[in-house]
Design a protein around this ligand. Sequence first.
Ligand code: PGA
Length: 258
Amino acid sequence: MKYIVANWKMHLGVRESVALARGVLRSVRGRDEVPDIVLCPAFTSLGEVHKAIARSKVQLGAQSCGPAKSGAYTGEISPSMVRDVGSQFVIIGHSERRAMGESDALIRQKLEAALVQKLTPIVCVGETPEQRESGEAIDVIRDQLRATFEGLKMGRKQKIMIAYEPIWAIGTGVHAEVADVVEMHTIMRDFLANELRVNFDQCFFLYGGSVNADNAYPFLREQSIDGVLVGGASLKLRQFKGIIDAAQEVLTAQSQRV
Ligand code: PGA
């Protein structure tokens, strides 16, 4: 299984989003080995993209949600609204939202609220360039994981995704080394299981940061990398299709091995 999550951020109006979603559907039509694709358009396009991908295996995600169920929270969107419009996934704790002031505590609240609605959270963690340079990256990631997951109660069969997205790699054209991602994922898995003692039934580890059609394959080929979270390259159909092709190549090779 390989996940490709498209984070369209604050790009594309409704019509453009639907057109891109249809393009993605055309790209996967007739293929045997298709990765699990999750499209995360802006809130305003969720409903129409949901209709466009109906009856396909392509899934829908929101880019954020508020922590409250309902109430006087002008401008907020609740997890149940995200669910109601057809999303099964929600990105939580993206560094761009942390930079807008979302604290670890708020991210934890959002995560809990999303889980109540049986959404699959895609939790993002990542260090700044300065933290990387001063050798603090591992501690930063552990702190983010602790704040997000310590003592978390989860229902059985709840799926969770954690994306390692170093901030210096997001939107910069400079991606992390595959070996460094594998190492960080190992540290994260170990920390969650042995320090925090959270045992997820199904937990998938993604990488995000300047993934494109040219560099996706070596990430996806790694057994321990369950998928990629793609920003800029997910807005260009040709690029995104190239990433789907890379995943298909990996999945086909895997199925021939068994
Ligand atoms: P990028 O963004 O692929 O444009 O680097 C990734 C992300 O922000 O999730």
